[in-house]
Design a protein around this ligand. Structure first.
Ligand code: ZN
Length: 369
C-alpha cells in the first residue's frame, strides 16, 4: 500500500519538491497510524494544507483515545454505584432489575421472640393504656430497625389516646395493600394468641420483604383499639385508619389483610364478613392453597376484626384467623399456651402470599374484581 502512494506522488508538477517532502511525511504518517488510502489521497490533493489535515486527524485520534480511556476509567465508578445494594440498602426493584427472588424462610424463633416480648414482658395491652403504648413503641422500633419509614398515628378513645403504627418502605406505592394486626388486648389478658401472634407474623413478614419487590406494594399496620372499649366501640384503630385515607384513598387502596388469632391449634381460615368485595379473600385463598399444603379454609364470618371497617368502606379486605379457643380473652392466653407450629403455619401462608404481591395483583384488587 505505501509503495503505491509513493509512486503517484512522484509524478507531481512545478511544486513537486515541496509536495514530495510533505507527501513523504504524509505517507509516513499514514503508514504509522494505518490510515485508509482515501485519506492519504486527499492529503496529496490538498498539498500545502497538509499540516491542517494532520492536526485535524491527530485531534480525532486523540479524541477517540481519550474517550476510550474515559470509558475504561468509568468501570470502577459503576461498581461504586452498586455498593448500597451490596450492603442490602438499595431495594432490588429500585435498580429496575425488578426480581423479588426467593424470600427467606419464615423464622419461628423471631416470631416467638415478638410474642414473648408483647404477651410476656409487656403483658396486658389495653387500649389507650401504658401496655398498648409500650407495644406500639416496640413495634415501631422493630419496623424502623428494618429500614421502614414508620409513623405512630394517635387518635382519641376512652378519654385518652390510642395509636396505630404505620410502616412503609421508602418510595413504596401510596395506596397498595395493607397488612394489619392489632396490638391491644382486653383487660386481664396478656393476649399471646389474641393478638401478639398476628403482630409477630406481621413483623416477621416485614423482615422477609424489606427492600424486596413486595415491600413496594404493601403498608404494614399494627392497629390499636381493636377490642371493645368502655364506650362499646370496637375496631377503632382500623376505622380511624380508613377515615384518614379520605375519599380518594378509599377508592385507590387496593385491599387489606387482617392477621388476628392464628395460633390456637385449629384450621386456618380466610374469607370476608360478606360486606365488601370478595376479590382479596378469593385471591389470597387461591394463592395460599396453590403454594402450600396447610389446608386453608374459606368462610364468611362475622365483622369481628380489623378487616371490618375496610369492607364497610367498599375496600376488598380479608383475614387469617384460626377460630375461638379456650384461652380466648382470658388470663391464660399466655405465650406457653400458644401453638408454635400454627404460628409457623400462618407465617408460611403469608410468606407465600406476599411473594406474589406485585403491580398486577394490586391493580386487580384495586379494580375490585
Ligand atoms: Zn380479641
Amino acid at each position: 500500500m505505501s509503495r503505491r502512494i509513493g509512486r503517484r506522488i512522484g509524478s507531481f508538477g512545478p511544486q513537486a519538491g515541496r509536495f514530495a517532502e510533505t507527501a513523504r511525511w504524509a505517507r509516513d504518517l499514514c503508514v504509522c497510524v494505518r490510515l485508509p488510502l482515501f485519506i492519504c489521497t486527499l492529503v496529496r490533493v490538498i498539498g500545502a494544507r497538509l499540516p491542517i489535515v494532520v492536526v485535524a486527524v491527530s485531534v480525532l485520534i486523540s479524541g477517540a483515545a481519550l474517550a476510550s480511556s474515559l470509558v475504561t476509567e468509568s468501570a470502577p465508578t459503576a461498581s461504586h454505584a452498586r455498593a448500597p445494594q451490596a450492603l442490602g440498602v438499595e431495594p432490588s426493584w429500585a435498580s429496575g432489575t425488578s426480581s423479588s427472588g426467593r424470600l427467606e424462610r419464615f423464622s419461628l424463633e423471631h416470631a416467638m421472640s415478638h410474642v414473648r416480648r408483647l404477651a410476656g414482658r409487656i403483658g396486658t395491652r389495653v387500649r389507650a393504656h401504658s401496655g398498648e403504648r409500650k407495644a406500639a413503641r416496640y413495634v415501631a422500633a422493630r419496623f424502623r430497625s428494618m429500614g421502614y419509614r414508620t409513623d405512630v398515628n394517635s387518635f382519641p378513645v376512652d378519654d385518652d389516646r390510642s395509636r396505630n403504627v404505620v410502616a412503609k418502605w421508602p418510595a413504596s406505592a401510596r395506596y397498595g395493600i395493607v397488612l394489619g394486626a392489632h396490638m391491644d388486648t382486653v383487660p386481664g389478658s396478656p393476649g399471646a394468641n389474641d393478638n401478639a401472634s398476628g403482630v409477630a407474623v406481621l413483623l416477621e413478614i416485614a423482615r422477609l420483604i424489606a427492600a424486596r419487590e413486595p415491600s413496594r406494594w404493601v403498608k404494614l399496620v399494627a392497629f390499636g383499639s381493636e377490642e371493645y372499649g368502655a364506650d362499646g366501640r370496637h375496631h377503632v384503630g382500623s376505622r380511624e385508619f380508613v377515615e384518614r385515607l379520605g375519599a380518594r384513598g378509599r377508592r385507590r387502596l387496593a385491599g387489606m389483610v387482617s392477621i388476628d388469632m392464628i395460633a390456637d391449634g385449629r384450621p386456618l381460615l380466610t374469607g370476608t364478613s360478606g360486606i365488601g368485595p370478595p376479590v382479596a379473600a378469593r385471591n389470597l385463598f387461591r394463592i395460599i392453597s396453590a403454594k402450600t399444603n396447610i389446608g386453608l379454609r374459606y368462610i364468611t364470618f362475622c365483622d369481628c376484626s380489623d378487616h371490618g371497617p375496610f369492607e364497610r368502606a367498599g375496600i376488598p379486605a380479608t383475614f387469617l384467623y384460626s377460630g375461638e379457643e379456650p384461652d380466648y380473652h382470658s388470663s391464660s392466653d399466655l405465650p406457653q399456651n400458644l401453638i408454635p407450629g400454627d404460628l409457623r403455619r400462618t407465617g408460611r401462608a403469608m410468606r407465600a402470599f406476599v411473594a406474589d404481591v406485585d403491580q398486577r395483583l394490586v391493580q386487580r384488587w384495586r379494580s375490585r374484581g
